[in-house]
Design a protein around this ligand. Structure first.
Ligand code: MG
Length: 275
């Protein structure tokens, strides 16, 4: 189901947020500590700086119109890029500012869901501006174009997130163990009708970002691997990578590439039919 893993580029500090952008014919990804967004052009093989002074942008996705929507540690906001212009979609809620939005998905009705752990507020300033939390917790929010509302409030550090194909479930990774002794490092599944949650899987490694394919398989970062789980939570496959994987996405000119950000490098692999 995956072959020809190749390294396309190296030289980042910590890469995240890969998203294939059809309107650009390119892959955008974040180099968070270097405070820039990069673009990989598969036609030329070149990687160029797409945006510097990027306010520590992290995860990203596309909205229904194909525009880039991304999580900004530095602005503590969700923003959208349209024709090269950045616009803040939402930067506060009734509890004050967000912590440092980490990853984001857009539902088929246009609602934006994002995770809000505190990593961008760390005193090191490596991934954002040092600061304090305005609210006591790390929630998953829904923004409906008007207001942001917390929908998940029982996680330690919600990180990557993705819907099941029918959007009946929202999967969310918890990377709480980074900062909290014995903290979680699993993926939970939430029923989007009731927001009741349960543990979905405990990957072998660390799950940060992940995606769900059209068949409902969950492709997740898992330390130095990409691990694939069935909707029932069965571990189907694991593909080793030379560096710790942060995130991944499907894309490429024919949609059959898997792009993987792993520590300092960008990788690509080829998706092959199941069976
Ligand atoms: Mg993340």
């Amino acid at each position: 189901m995956l072959e020809r893993i190749e390294r396309l580029w190296t030289g980042g500090a910590w890469l995240e947020g890969p998203t294939w952008v059809p309107s650009l014919g390119a892959l955008l990804f974040s180099d968070i500590p270097n405070n820039r967004v990069m673009a990989y052009d598969p036609a030329s093989g070149a990687v160029a700086v797409h945006r510097s002074d990027a306010e520590f942008a992290n995860g990203r996705t596309l909205d229904r119109e194909g525009r880039v929507v991304q999580a900004s540690h530095g602005r503590r906001a969700i923003e959208r890029e349209d024709g090269g212009v950045l616009e803040t979609l939402v930067g506060s809620w009734s509890g004050g500012r967000f912590n440092s939005p980490n990853d984001v998905v857009v539902a088929s009705n246009g609602d934006v869901y994002f995770t809000d752990p505190p990593y961008g507020l760390h005193e090191s300033g490596r991934e954002g501006h040092p600061g304090m939390q305005d609210y006591d917790g790390c929630f998953v929010f829904r923004w409906d174009g008007d207001a942001a509302t917390p929908v998940i409030t029982d996680m330690v550090h919600p990180n990557g997130l993705a819907f099941s194909p029918d959007e009946s479930l929202l999967y969310v990774a918890d990377t709480g163990f980074f900062w909290v002794p014995d903290g979680p490092r699993h993926i939970r599944a939430y029923d989007t009708a009731t927001w009741a949650g349960r543990e979905f899987v405990q990957p072998s490694g660390i799950a940060d970002g992940f995606r769900v394919d059209a068949a409902g398989l969950v492709w997740t970062s898992s330390s130095e691997a990409v691990q694939v789980f069935s909707p029932a939570g069965d571990a189907l496959a694991a593909f080793p990578f030379p560096e710790r994987v942060s995130n991944l996405c499907f894309g490429g000119p024919d949609g059959r590439d898997l792009y993987v950000t792993a520590s300092t490098s960008l990788y690509r692999a080829r998706l092959t039919p199941a069976g």
